[in-house]
Design a protein around this ligand. Sequence first.
Ligand code: PRP
Ligand code: URA
Length: 213
Amino acid sequence: MTPARGNVTVIDHPLIQHKLTIMRNKETSIAGFRRLLREIAHLMCYEVTRDLQLEMVSIETPMARMDSPTIKGKKLVFASILRAGNGLLDGMLDLVPAARVAHIGLYRDHETLQPVEYYFKAPSNLEDRLIIVVDPMLATANSATAAIEKLKERGANNIRFLCLLAAPEGVARFTEAHPDVPVFTAAIDEKLNEKGYIIPGLGDAGDRMYGTK
Ligand code: PRP
Ligand code: URA
């Protein structure tokens, strides 16, 4: 893992980088794209949860009583920015099946690049939970910034943002808007193009995941 620059950590594990290269390839199938995103989510989930606090509980094994560690505090929340966030969410839930889930429905208006909200549903007691917001793409950061504003309005105060690819412009905007929210990404690409797509990127994550183009 590359040490954090400011609040941004690039998770450059070789397995993640290898899988990401296959995802970027335009010849990769929908099924392959989806499977790789899920596998990368496993690896990234491992890193983003690495510093969670533990507490000891008393249990009985078939052989003896012992004090053993479990994750401390209320259940985690994974907040998926629809649609593409669900590709990461599935992998995260494989590792933390008891996590609570928030769904934040946003799409980018193609002309203005502003997020349009169409759905929001989140668990209660956000103020007492760690919330990991997931979306594969941080481009202009308009979507992620709006999603996190919404969560903060509902009381969230301990948030991390996990994406697959980020543009430098998006990282700058996001870290300015939410300096308290650490960002974890597998790569920071070169730039955004005039239509707000990440270059070289991987194209439209939602379309590649669901076959909608
Ligand atoms: C994509 C992506 C992010 C957003 C990133 O979603 O999944 O949510 O664009 O762009 P931004 O940083 O410039 O806001 P999109 O709006 O295409 O919706 P979808 O997931 O439903 O396809
Ligand atoms: N959303 C995507 O899915 N891809 C991009 O490159 C930018 C935004």
